[in-house]
Design a protein around this ligand. Structure first.
Ligand SMILES: Nc1nc2c(ncn2[C@@H]2O[C@H](COP(=O)(O)OP(=O)(O)O)[C@@H](O)[C@H]2O)c(=O)[nH]1
Ligand SMILES: [Mg+2]
Length: 173
């Protein structure tokens, strides 16, 4: 832990089954829910002090896309206004089953001023890009901020970590 210059908290949200746990299994410093989304019991504490936020839907499930406005209500209520947010359409490997076209996902992301990516946790498509983009952007932001105020760069860094429960259905890296 002491070897890291910055530690960022990135939270993943979205309907159950969209692939959050599979996405995150490749990256141990990212927080995942422990399935609370099934009970809509994600609260302020999960979002607190998050630097990054990834809202995931399944491109093969219109229902998970239709639930996004509800998730945004939570984000607007609980997340830091300056959180770096990404909308991610996962499961692009299931081409024949796609229900949500790319441009519709992108349109939603634009409306809420979020970054947008489509991924496949199964094929590892764009997963590295997602997490490295977030890490690079947050690091740049933090560097810029510490240049302005040399001693303030640690105040917003969460030192909490949470182990990620294993998921037998996830694709091994
Ligand atoms: N085809 C495909 N299946 C996926 C992908 N990501 C996750 N899954 C499957 O979707 C199901 C739910 O994944 P999980 O990560 O537990 O979803 P969570 O509830 O959002 O954490 C599991 O059966 C995974 O194997 C993906 O990119 N492609
Ligand atoms: Mg999960």
């Amino acid at each position: 832990m002491e070897d890291y210059k910055y530690l960022f908290k990135v939270v993943l949200i979205g309907e159950a089954g969209v692939g959050k746990t599979c996405l995150v299994r490749r990256f141990t410093q990212i927080w995942d829910t422990a399935g609370q989304e099934k009970f809509r019991s994600i609260t302020q504490s999960y979002y607190r002090a998050a630097h990054g936020l990834i809202l995931v839907y399944d491109v093969c499930s219109q229902n998970t896309f239709d639930a996004l406005p509800q998730w945004m209500t939570d984000v607007e209520a609980f997340a830091n206004q300056k959180v770096l947010s990404y909308l991610v359409g996962n499961k692009t490997d299931r081409m024949d089953a796609r229900e949500v076209p790319t441009h519709i996902g992108r349109q939603f992301a634009d409306r809420y001023e979020m970054n947008f990516l489509e991924t496949s946790a199964k094929e590892a498509d764009n997963v590295d890009k997602l997490f490295t983009d977030i890490a690079v952007r947050l690091t740049d932001e933090m560097r810029d901020r510490s240049r302005l105020a040399p001693d303030s760069n640690t105040t917003n860094i969460s030192t909490n970590t949470k182990s990620i429960s294993s998921c037998s259905q996830c694709f091994k890296p």
